[in-house]
Design a protein around this ligand. Structure first.
Ligand code: SAH
Ligand code: SF4
Length: 408
């Protein structure tokens, strides 16, 4: 590599966040923690002695029942309901588009406020992937991403801003609204919905953005989502995916305690520097040490290592052997993700035969079903072979594929 190339690559390890969030005039209570709700109640004159009970009631209506207006909160006095609706809303992020695919995958495009009023708003995606006995929601943590992984479309976007906790929880609330996933609500008649009593059983932080660069908001949001008196999706069914922000891995384990996925994608620093430029800051050795020390890691709570299959780049049998050697001793799962091309991307997805050979090495080393099939395979069939079809599919299927790979 030439010196110039080196400098420019280093300079683009991270972009500076460009955008700032401007709160709406009338804020939504969706996404607030118990402590924040208690403080707001205090500010509107609810006496200290009543706050805990009022918070509990609000929590139930907002997060267990999914109400979108204060009127129906029958356990709360009329006066307090009026005071709340004067100052607050229960709004979720605005849905600008919904797509439902034949297999039941749903994608929502959400519009979020930007830095200045009247400026072009930001858009993020949220994807729902149903299966027979579970449903996974793929949630975004940032608009764009400050990192610049060379195979990732999000990394090419210029605008970046952290989502607030309420925008992260809001994605789950919006999806539950759309899926009729509240007690007594009506399920949609189109598309596949899992058979159990909940439509959304799993959450993966694998949408846009690097969740460990927005740790406080992601933590607050996931603790709300996991709270047993509300949405109640267990921490074992919530997976946070990181490109390897080493200093925040331990914090994520200690403060959230959800499952961890690590975007490894390469077994040598030289190649990982190119694919995941953050590796220049936190190389593979440091990353794996952080994984070994991830709070709560055990054979019952394994770390998932994601590995995107890039033709001729990281998909050799030697790479597969090096991968299993590298992860030896770490309680791990391995997910091979077929690369999903996007217009202008410089990589191709590995051939299916090569993915199978690679996955056989991983399987022989004792890792169960490293690639998702058969549903993944339908989409894989398009990978690299039907290029135009893939490009059409890519926006919708990109996150679907990733999330599917995550939910064995
Ligand atoms: N920033 C986090 C989470 C969001 S990306 C992270 O990088 O882990 C979620 C996963 O999708 C990551 O493993 C990422 O490497 C992978 N990914 C990104 N672009 C992809 C593409 N075009 N094809 C397949 N996987 C991709
Ligand atoms: Fe950001 Fe993850 Fe994409 Fe890398 S793969 S640019 S960290 S969203």
């Amino acid at each position: 590599m030439t010196l110039t190339a080196d400098i420019s690559a280093t300079a683009f390890v991270e972009k500076a966040p460009l955008e700032r969030y401007v709160a709406p005039d009338k804020p939504s209570l969706v996404g607030l923690t118990r402590a924040q709700l208690a403080a707001l109640l205090g500010a509107i004159g609810v006496p200290q002695g009543q706050r805990k009970m009022r918070v509990q009631q609000l929590w139930h209506w907002i997060y267990f029942r999914g109400l979108t207006s204060f009127d129906a909160m029958t356990s709360i006095s009329k006066e307090l309901r009026a005071a709340l609706s004067e100052r607050f809303t229960l709004e979720r992020p605005e849905v600008v588009a919904e797509q439902v695919s034949v297999d039941g995958t749903r994608k929502w495009l959400l519009r979020l406020p930007g830095e200045t009023q009247g400026e072009r708003p930001h858009e993020v995606e949220c994807v729902y992937i149903p299966d027979t006995d579970r449903g996974t929601l793929c949630v975004s943590s940032q608009v764009g991403c400050t990192l610049t992984c060379s195979f990732c479309h999000t990394g090419t976007q210029r605008l970046v801003r952290n989502l607030t906790a309420d925008e992260i929880v809001g994605q789950v609330m919006m999806a539950r609204d759309r899926l009729g996933d509240w007690p007594g609500a009506v399920r949609p008649s189109d598309g596949v919905i899992p058979t159990g009593d909940r439509c959304i059983t799993n959450i993966v932080m694998m949408g846009m953005g690097e969740p460990l660069y927005n740790l406080d908001a992601v933590r607050d949001a996931l603790l709300i989502v996991a709270d047993g008196d509300g949405i109640a999706i267990s921490k074992r069914r919530i997976t946070l995916s990181t490109s390897g922000v080493v200093p925040n891995i331990e914090r994520a384990g200690a403060e959230i305690g959800c499952m961890l996925a690590v975007s490894l994608h390469a077994v040598r620093d030289e190649l990982r520097n190119e694919l995941v430029p953050l590796n220049r800051k936190y190389p593979i050795g440091q990353l794996l040490d952080a994984c070994r020390n991830y709070p709560g890691v055990s054979n019952a709570k394994r770390i998932t290592f994601e590995y995107v299959m890039l033709k001729g780049v990281n998909d050799s049998i030697d790479d597969a052997k090096a991968l299993v050697r590298l992860l030896k001793g770490i309680p791990a799962k391995i997910n091979l993700i077929p690369f999903n091309p996007w217009p202008g991307s410089r990589y191709e997805c590995s051939d299916w035969e090569q993915i199978e050979k690679f996955s056989q090495v991983v399987f022989d080393a004792g890792y169960a079903s490293p690639v998702r099939t058969p549903r993944g395979r339908d989409i894989l069939a398009a990978c690299g072979q039907l290029k135009s079809a893939t490009e059409k599919l890519s926006a919708r299927e990109r996150m679907a594929l990733r999330a599917m790979a995550m939910t064995d």
